[in-house]
Design a protein around this ligand. Structure first.
Ligand code: ZN
Length: 105
């Protein structure tokens, strides 16, 4: 039951994200601006919430990740934190996007 609910949520989330990417890349300028203003703050809030859950505690360990149920917390930055950082860095360094961002500054 829980798996089914998760599957539906996951599918819905991925469909929403795919729609955002499609509109951002293929939509006209007006659509892209509206999308940035309405959806970008939500995406940033979601990323911040995710990163906050994986930010190191006072012992330098991720408060969320463990290698198994009974193990100690893992050293930070954990894979979730690094994966998010990497995805954002790689996206920012893609040639077309970087040029666009630079010209906008
Ligand atoms: Zn973590």
């Amino acid at each position: 039951m829980a798996v089914t609910v998760f599957s539906q949520l996951d599918k819905s989330l991925h469909e929403h994200l795919a729609t955002l990417v499609r509109l951002a890349s293929a939509g006209d300028d007006e659509t892209a601006v509206e999308l940035a203003r309405s959806e970008l703050p939500r995406l940033v809030a979601a990323l911040r919430a995710l990163l906050a859950e994986h930010s190191p505690d006072e012992h330098g360990r991720c408060p969320t990740c463990r290698s198994s149920r009974w193990s100690r917390r893992l050293p930070a930055p954990c894979r979730a934190y690094l994966g998010t950082q990497l995805a954002l860095t790689v996206a920012a360094e893609s040639p077309g996007r970087r040029k666009h961002l630079r010209s906008a500054v």
